[in-house]
Design a protein around this ligand. Sequence first.
Ligand SMILES: [Mg+2]
Ligand SMILES: [Zn+2]
Length: 183
Amino acid sequence: MIGVFLDRDGTIGGDGGGIHPLEFRLYTYSAKAINLLNKKGLKVFLFTNQSWIGMGKFTEKTFLQGCKELGKELENNNAYLDGIYYCPHKVEDNCNCRKPQTTLLEKAKIENNLNLSKCYIIGDRLSDMFSAENVGAKKVLVKTGRGLESFKELSNGTSERLKVNYVADNVLTAVEWILTDLK
Ligand SMILES: [Mg+2]
Ligand SMILES: [Zn+2]
C-alpha cells in the first residue's frame, strides 16, 4: 500500500509555525489535493509535530477537536484523511516520534501495511524531508509556510546531503507531481 504523509502547518494550511488547533484553516486548494489522492486509492495521513501540546499551550483533547473540525471541512469537500499521526512532545523531551524521528512512520507502516519506500512525504520543513530520508520515502518540499526558507537552505548547501525528489509551489502541485510520478 502506498501512503502520502502530509505535514499540517505550512503545508495544508495555517502558516509555518504552530497555531491553535481551533484557529487552523486549510489553504483553498488543500481539500482538492487530498481528494485527488483519495480518488487515486492512496492512503492519506496527517503527519505533524505538535510540541505546543507538550508545552501546555493547548491540550491533546483540543488538538483532536481541531482534527475533527478539519475532518468535517474535508468531508464537505469530498476529501478525507485515512489517519492522523502526531507527536505531542516538546523538543526537550527527546522522544522518538518528533520529526525527523521515524517512530510515527514505522507505526503507520504497520497499521496500514505500507511500503515506505513507495510512500511520499509532503512538507515545508527540512525536518519533514529528513523524516522521509530516514525511512527511504520520497520527499516533496512545498514552498508554502516555511518552505521558501527550507528551499534556500537546500540550495545554498546548508543541508547538502539531502536531495528532495520534487519542489512544488504548494500541496496541490505536489500532488499533481505525485500522480505523474506513480505512472
Ligand atoms: Mg510545517
Ligand atoms: Zn514525540
